[in-house]
Design a protein around this ligand. Structure first.
Ligand code: TYD
Length: 136
């Protein structure tokens, strides 16, 4: 798997009065975010994702709780644990992702490089594999 997904540090400043984590344009965030959303209230029996994006880049951060993110480039699957607000998962274009094992109370913040566009989604796994074969 090339750079399609990688864990990045989120610089965090901690003191006796708590912690502050900063996300700004850098190697950890190689795009200007135009959209942010967060996923919460996910039952622990439930999973999300099950799609790829053709162009979108995203940075996911478990700002509370934890989850597991499976990333698939069409041939290799890798699982990443997100369990700290000080670590994010950068996901590039052309990556199938599944989000599993949400701990109770988890809030997953996502920063995205593009506005919402349903035509950028590939929601069928076989369509994704075919798209990878002809586009990557
Ligand atoms: P989806 O991306 O499929 O969520 P997940 O991968 O976490 O399961 O989005 C769920 C619904 O929310 C879908 O109906 C599209 C809608 N949606 C928006 O309208 N705007 C957005 O920015 C996002 C991310 C989703």
């Amino acid at each position: 798997m090339s750079w399609i997904a990688k864990l990045v540090e989120v610089p965090t400043y901690s003191s006796d009065s708590g912690s502050l984590a900063v996300v700004e344009r850098s190697h950890s965030l190689p795009f200007d975010p135009v959209r942010a959303y967060f996923i919460f209230d996910v039952p622990n029996w439930s999973s999300r994702g099950f799609h790829a994006h053709k162009n979108l880049e995203q940075l996911m951060i478990a700002v509370a709780g934890s989850l597991s993110v499976l990333v698939d480039d069409g041939s290799v699957r890798r699982e990443f644990e997100l369990d700290s607000p000080s670590r994010g998962l950068l996901i590039g274009p052309g990556a199938w992702r599944e989000m599993h094992r949400f701990a109770p109370g988890t809030i997953c913040l996502v920063l995205a490089s593009e506005k919402f566009d349903e035509t950028d989604y590939i929601r069928d796994y076989q369509d994704f594999v075919s798209w990878r074969e002809s586009n990557c």
